[in-house]
Design a protein around this ligand. Sequence first.
Ligand code: ADP
Ligand code: ZN
Length: 222
Amino acid sequence: MRLVLLGPPGAGKGTLAALLKESLNLVHISTGDMLREEMKNGTDIGRQAKGFIDKGELVPDDLVIRLIEQKLIGDKQVRHGYMLDGFPRTRKQAEDLDRILGQIHQPLDYALYMEATLPVIIQRLGGRRVCRGCGAVFHVHNKPSRKKNMCDVCGGELYQRADDNEATIRTRMDVYLKNTRPVIEYYKAQGKLEKLDADKDSEEVQGVLMQTFNEDRKLNKH
Ligand code: ADP
Ligand code: ZN
């Protein structure tokens, strides 16, 4: 199965992706994670991306598309299905993705739209902590680590992303409303959109989603 996860920052795309990775054995592809990795390694792409990311703005389309294209065409692991998290974020990215997938005859199955309200988003992002070692995500109230500032998975140090501050969260929301909302319309027009209530916690969202997948399978839709 090939999925894209859509929704505002803080909708829980990464958390849902982690659950689906377990239950459906799908590869999780996050352009945000890939870009942070490039920055950490000090690559060309990383250097070009940093200024945009720190401000909460979008990295230029051609740069992100290059990253994704390499992954989807070059990486054997993605053959059995994947979830794209944080991509596409513009209409141009969505069109280019269709072009790339068209060439390899592997169309998307669903675009999952995780709809969340602003107070929930701010609460989630403000308390989010990420592991420096393995990228696991925690939350100071909703999902605290067992030991303060230490990752349950690998023992790595937890940190707060530089772009998870209130001013940058606002910019990311504005960018989302302006650039990414049209992507939702794009998939709706293709009949691939599946809307989910992402104010609910991720396990509940996953439950609803599994039901949808099962019903569609019975109807032979996918
Ligand atoms: P979130 O979903 O919490 O905003 P991400 O980790 O997905 O965070 O992305 C962090 C930043 O990386 C974005 O604010 C943006 O600058 C950059 N980025 C990630 N994916 C894309 C993309 N598809 N197009 C452009 N920029 C991107
Ligand atoms: Zn870790």
